[in-house]
Design a protein around this ligand. Structure first.
Ligand SMILES: *[C@@H]1O[C@H](CO)[C@@H](O)[C@H](O)[C@H]1NC(C)=O
Length: 210
């Protein structure tokens, strides 16, 4: 079921993609991210920059996952903020309950944090992590402030292309990147995914193509 849904989405995405090309949309008309293919795993991934230090993150694209999550093991950022549990924001991101951490505080290890449940499609497992927010930067000069995401433990990255440390979920949720971009920039909630050949570079257009 899941895999047939995925192929349907890919079909739709390719279709939308050609109409975007025809309209020749300027990149400023939405958030644009690159897409590459990892040939070994056939996974498509994008490259994001996150936080005040603009840490580069390769994230596998999953049309069925709820939000962005990545390993924060070497992540530092002065604009990183955990989302407190029992807060309005926690309710908005549909977190439930509180998660803590018994080590020294760092991104991905804070007390009284709103629980996120990142889903690994490779293992078919949901994990418990804390929700956080930080700024996402794109190469076409868009900044998405306070983008909700969760950290994830490096050792749980089973099945991922080795170049990737996380996942960009593009499902129809309140906190997927396209919904966040639509809300924050008053753009239409739509995206197009132009997937590349083995060696090419494709693009995701988010909120553009008016
Ligand atoms: C969380 O609280 C416990 C108990 O007060 C404390 O030992 C621990 O260091 C705290 N963790 C963080 C990340 O602040």
């Amino acid at each position: 079921m899941a895999s047939s849904l995925h192929s349907l989405y890919f079909f739709l995405a390719i279709f939308i993609c050609s109409s975007v090309h025809a309209a020749n949309v300027p990149p400023s008309n939405g958030l644009v991210l690159p897409v590459k293919k990892n040939v070994k795993t056939s996974q498509y991934y994008t490259t994001l920059e996150m936080g005040s230090n603009r840490v580069t993150i390769n994230a596998v694209i999953d049309l069925g996952s709820q939000f962005l999550w990545f390993s924060c093991d070497s992540y530092t950022s002065s604009t990183y903020n955990p989302i407190p549990c029992e807060s309005q924001k926690c309710e908005k991101v549909k977190g439930f309950g509180c998660i803590g951490c018994n080590q020294a505080p760092r991104p991905g290890c804070t007390n009284d944090t709103c629980i996120a449940s990142p889903y690994s499609p490779f293992e078919n497992l949901l994990y418990s992590e804390g929700f956080a927010e930080d700024t996402l930067y794109s190469k076409n000069n868009m900044k998405v402030f306070e983008l909700p995401f969760s950290c994830f433990h490096l050792e749980h990255l089973t099945g991922f292309a080795s170049i990737a440390i996380g996942m960009l979920g593009l499902a129809r949720t309140e906190i997927s990147l396209h919904k966040q971009v639509a809300d924050k920039f008053e753009l239409p909630d739509k995206f197009a995914l132009c997937i590349p050949s083995d060696k090419g570079v494709g693009k995701i257009f988010i909120g553009g193509g008016k």
